[in-house]
Design a protein around this ligand. Sequence first.
Ligand code: URA
Length: 263
Amino acid sequence: MESATDYWAARAALAWQVELGADEALSETPVNRFEIKERAKPEVPTRARNPEAAEPAAVPEPPPEAPKVDPVAAARAAAEAAGSLEELKAALGAFEHCELRRGARNLVFADGAPGSRVMIIGEAPGREEDREGRPFVGSAGKLLDRMLAAIGLSRAESVYITNVLPWRPPQNREPKPDEIAMMRPFVQRHVQLAGPEIVILMGNISCDAGLQKRGVTRLRGKWTESYGLPAMPMVDPAYLLREPEAKREAWADLLEIKARLET
Ligand code: URA
């Protein structure tokens, strides 16, 4: 009889596979492909062994290699061709050069009110965001909503929110430099099309994409320029959940943003 331990171990193994992106079972029984012997290759008769053998058929030339695509140039072309937020979302949906899309459930494009004076650019979707297809909906998102409310802003009416990466990195791993580089043109165009007055760069990845600098705890609190607009680097609310003592500084940054909006 199956024990409770077997059940929970099997369930944990299944959950782990789902987490990795498996969404389909191909067979009921596992196949260990290391154990499958390489199929014997048919011997090619050589003229030396068999003088009667016909001339070996000419080996077909391998097809010419597809020209290498520069993913950053492809991203720039796709992003610049988008004339609206809907077109930009569709361009991202059709962008094939970022491997992250293959492990993600959903494209996480944006949330909030386009045309708001404030645009928040976060890092990357986490598990909840990947499930719902909206940025900042997990516990960090709830904290973000409370932070915004504290300075009289709300995502429904006065803030527009996106992330540098529209797909969740597997296991929330750190995005790679080439992934950030190929998403930067999309973020740039996203800012142009959303038309905010200021941008908030939330987290290190966002500072990397927007300022080509990391070290958000050092950069935070000082106005800078990014995507051609005044920009405030701030720590990500997920960081605040782990390091609650950093909330004091985040509060100071929020007041700085409020003051700027009131001038
Ligand atoms: N942190 C981010 O930077 N983005 C999200 O969407 C959620 C958490």
